[in-house]
Design a binder for this molecule. Structure first.
Ligand code: PAP
Length: 315
């Protein structure tokens, strides 16, 4: 695997601890696990990316509801009330294209891409853990929105997604029991999952004006309230309730999953259909997959990891 990377990163990868994950390798760098090409891109972003104060970052561990916010945040930041259904960017673009990823898109082919053509405010997303963010993202006035999700549902969602990704490349799906054991050991892209969440959680408690911490379950339960809070954090409060409802409808799973671009489009980064980003979108899907033993195990890990942090999922 190391041989497909440029010399220096290839040498580095050869020296890092590695683990098998969905038919490929994850490498451990400073306590977190990465696919090799994502680590290389995240390192390039850390060295070369310069944040503007007006930038907005969407950060998350994978499969925690990011796509929902990738659709919503651009709408909040560009509150053009005249926009009609016919010129809604979501009709032609998967939400990934509206908030490009530092490590999956922008810095992957070129370690120092020219971002000067991006209009302001620039909107980015990232899966990297807090310590791996470029210093200017941490220290400028740019804002970070973080979304997380109950760990059992996150695991089930990522198991489906990753198996779709690897089977499309002719690799056998990873059995759930093996993937689950690995997740419980903290081996997960951009994970350990719990450490990823805690890193942003702790920072959001210290700097709530900098990091807005969200839970997928809260969005499902009280979408209007959560959307208003998010819009206020971004300095773009909604003036009318009907605008909140309009954004929620435009960005709903039901609508997005039925749009042509998402039904038939292909994700150029992964080579799989965009449709895989839209599955069931429910709270508690883990109940359809977990044994009692799996539930107890992961709940215990979560309780121990989050103990004393003030963070829980309460569902
Ligand atoms: P990513 O890390 O690749 O960006 P992400 O969007 O965070 O993935 O997670 C995908 C989950 O969000 C899926 O959950 P599921 O597997 O449990 O169904 C997906 O269905 C859900 N999702 C995607 N878009 C929306 C949306 N508009 N509203 C609610 N949930 C959504």
């Amino acid at each position: 695997m190391g041989s497909s990377f440029p010399g220096s990163i290839s040498t580095l990868l050869d020296e890092l601890p590695k683990e098998t994950w969905y038919g490929s390798y994850l490498y451990n760098w400073e306590g977190f696990w990465y696919r090799g090409h994502h680590l290389s891109a995240a390192m390039a972003a850390r060295s070369n990316f310069r944040a503007n104060d007006s930038d907005v970052f969407l950060a998350s561990s994978m499969k925690t509801g990011t796509t929902w916010l990738k659709a919503i945040i651009p709408r909040i930041m560009n509150p053009d009330v005249r926009i009609t259904n016919d010129d809604d960017p979501l009709l032609k673009h998967h939400p990934n294209e509206l908030m490009p990823s530092l490590e999956v898109q922008l810095f992957i082919a070129n370690p120092n891409p020219d971002l000067s053509g991006m209009s302001s405010p620039r909107l980015f997303r990232t899966h990297v853990p807090f310590p791996m963010l470029p210093e200017s993202v941490k220290n400028s006035a740019c804002k970070i929105v973080y979304i997380t999700r109950e760990p059992k549902d996150t695991f089930v969602s990522s198991w489906h997604f990753m198996n779709s990704a690897i089977t499309a490349r002719g690799i056998d799906p990873w059995p759930m029991d093996e993937a689950f054991g690995t997740f419980c050991r903290g081996i997960h892209a951009f994970g350990p999952f719990h450490d990823h969440v805690l890193g942003y959680w702790k920072e959001s408690r210290k700097r709530p004006e900098k990091i807005h911490f969200m839970r997928y379950e809260d969005m499902k339960k009280e979408p209007r309230e959560e959307l208003q809070k998010l819009a206020c954090f971004l300095g773009k409060p909604f003036e009318r309730d009907e605008d909140v409802d309009k954004v929620l409808w435009r960005c709903s799973l039901e609508r997005l999953k039925n749009l042509e671009v998402n039904r038939h489009g292909v994700d150029p980064s992964l080579g799989i259909g965009y449709k895989h980003y839209f599955r069931r979108g429910i709270v508690g899907d883990w109940k359809n997959y977990f044994t009692g033993e799996m539930q107890q195990k992961l709940d215990l890990i979560t309780a121990v990891k989050f103990e004393g942090s003030g963070l829980d999922f309460g569902y």
